[in-house]
Design a protein around this ligand. Sequence first.
Ligand SMILES: NC(=O)c1ccc[n+]([C@@H]2O[C@H](COP(=O)([O-])OP(=O)(O)OC[C@H]3O[C@@H](n4cnc5c(N)ncnc54)[C@H](OP(=O)(O)O)[C@@H]3O)[C@@H](O)[C@H]2O)c1
Length: 369
Amino acid sequence: MHHEDKKFKVGVLGATGTVGQRFISLLAEHPYFVIHALGASQRSAGKKYPQAATWKQVKPIPSAVREMVVLECKPEHFAECSVVFSGLDADVAGDIEAAFRAAELSVFSNAKNFRRDPNVPLIVPLINTSHLGMIPQQQSLHAPPLKKGFIVTNANCSTTAFVVPLAALEKAFGPIESCIITTMQAISGAGYPGLPSLDILDNVVPYISGEEEKIEWETLKILGGISEDDGVKAFDMHSRHPLRISASCNRVPVIEGHTETVSVRFARRPPPSPQQVREALVAFTSDAYALGCPSAPRHTVFVHEEPDRPQPRLDRDFQNGAGVCVGRVRQCRVLDIKFVAMANNVAIGAATSSIINAEFAVLKGLITP
Ligand SMILES: NC(=O)c1ccc[n+]([C@@H]2O[C@H](COP(=O)([O-])OP(=O)(O)OC[C@H]3O[C@@H](n4cnc5c(N)ncnc54)[C@H](OP(=O)(O)O)[C@@H]3O)[C@@H](O)[C@H]2O)c1
């Protein structure tokens, strides 16, 4: 369907970082997108990509990128692109992404800066692509109104892992009333070089700054709907059925893949059985996969029957890290049901989410060359 010369030219912002490198690996062989420009800080600008990046991917640097010179993150350098993917540091992402939007580029971001913006969708592409419906309002509020420019964010990596099974369960059994999550998060979630080895080897660090608040807030925006009053749209934050969430976040000595234990209580009485929950998770298919997004996984939630799975080292590359793995679905004696969820924090937790969001936007005609 898309020939080489018809592909969308895309830029990667924060191209040298952990998420930026994953963008480059995934985009190097993409059916819709071709990498056209790379941006990072002034420290990297002017250098060829291999000199600017500390490359930490299993696959070598794609040949199309080896000779590219890293640019400063200014929209004029990306004028030929229609889409940019952002893996920018949160300290700078706000201003830079706003400038790219104002220059009529479609921005798909991993950074936290716009996740709470009332007109910016926060999309986990396996569950709430319907929130793309907020884009026209976002564009109309800009002065002058934008024709092509917009920002779409994806969730924090630790939110993504459990919110996908939660969405599947709400679809099958109605609202969830409360949820308790304990995370065991990989080191790569903090970017490179991350924690000093002496802090994380042989250790568990029971604190990740801002993470618990992000989980508790983002989940409501993602699982909620969009209400409309007098023609003005707003994210309803799951307010029709209040959802209480308590998260405890820990950093563990794993390189890639966040593992989380989750307990949920359903509004409906009696609650579904563990077997009904397993079946609902297996049956759940994303709209992104149904629509034909090339990076969407066939199994949105893969349910393990083995009692000791999922495990990050064994399961993080299944389906290229684009789905969520769940196991140990069983009764909870305090809430209703508990299970373990695992997701690749740099794939569906970051770069893969942005890419599927962009694929979905292409297939829905929201991005034009
Ligand atoms: N790692 C994950 O699993 C994950 C998951 C979800 C979301 N995120 C989010 O994604 C973003 C990137 O995370 P990361 O782990 O990839 O971080 P990282 O490895 O530290 O990379 C940060 C990137 O931002 C660039 N940058 C820093 N200062 C800049 C400036 N003043 N102007 C332009 N570019 C600048 C860096 O370029 P230089 O190399 O030139 O400094 C680098 O390319 C963060 O907002 C993070 O919270 C990360």
